[in-house]
Ligand binder design. Sequence first.
Ligand code: NAD
Ligand code: MG
Length: 390
Amino acid sequence: MIQKITILGSTGSIGISTLDVIARHPARFQVVALTAHKRVAELASQCLQFNPQVAVVGSAAAAQELRDLLQAHGSATRVTYGQDALCAVARDCDVVMAAIVGAAGLAPAMAAAQAGRKILLANKEALVMSGQLFMDAVSANNATLLPIDSEHNAIFQCLPHDFNRRPEQQGIAKIVLTASGGPFLNRSLDSLRDVTPEQAIAHPNWVMGKKISIDSATMMNKGLEVIEAHWLFAVAAEKIEVVIHPQSVIHSMVSYLDGSMLAQLGNPDMRTPIAHALAYPQRIDSGVAQLDISKIAQLNFEQPDLMRFPCLALAFDALRSGGTAAAVLNAANEIAVEAFLERKIGFLMISDVIKHAMNTISTIPAADLDSVLAQDALSRAAAHHYINGH
Ligand code: NAD
Ligand code: MG
């Protein structure tokens, strides 16, 4: 049966890769909604190619611009805007690709969970902010959650088929997240003081959106992924290990009590995890070249240096603190990354901003979404205050 799919954040790096895979399988998937924030021209050409019923943008002005572009081509796609519209298209489908970046993706991802949809989750920030609430919404409404993040997709592939979110019952000793180490892996702490956004975005192995590229350079991306893994697979912080693996060939591993370690390997191309989740439990062509194992001369591994990458330690702290601590971490990080991209702060100040917010904003139980969003707002204000004071 053909699956009706909504792609939240279709103009982004993950959105584009998703459409690339879908275009290879027209008999399997029908795109019913596409969404973008500001890139109206890109969204217009996606609409003309995939003919969704609805397109959602961020503002009334962007919606009018998109309508004008689509009308000129006789398109039947209906154009709406705003968060309620994002939530509506997240409900009104069979499958949702949640690929909006940052906290903006939480409400529509949660709407999809509450509507019991199949959710392909790229938007890790949503889960970092509201882990317990999100997982509860998934199970209470019989939604299906499949990880798109390459590490988590790899872990999912290495887990038993009947994995029931009780790792200790299934002989899982630990989960090992691999990290490329980003563009600054071998640089001294002092030499990072003056790096530019352009240098930080130039990732050695992956081509991604700006925010996640900076997160990779600070290793906050791995920190967010540790928290993401905790919620997805119900593993305690002590059982999650991060190892640097500069080649990005092994996407992550699961260690079992009997001494076995299972890994998933592949070329670093997000179309592999996307195709895996789209077709699960079947396998389909993703357009990614097969891994040529004989051409990979070596696979290297090393421990991460928490002195040079303090963001990773901050994320472990937030996970251990529980409650709204991870939402505070995430919000301050979003503000700090934005300020770094706008050249308002230096690279090394990103972790200072986050530390300041975490020390200033008290952790409260993440009892409901309002509590989470309140601490998120306080954290953003604290981060802005710190940045403006420097
Ligand atoms: P991107 O910046 O390339 O794209 C982001 C998308 O979200 C765009 O379509 C944009 O229009 C939309 N968007 C941005 N702000 C919005 C807002 N306020 N409201 C509504 N829509 C908004 O980002 P990306 O690299 O594709 O990453 C998307 C998500 O996937 C992130 O959470 C990221 O951490 C995760 N992820 C990405 C990759 C990757 O390889 N790019 C890998 C793993 C996980
Ligand atoms: Mg990842």
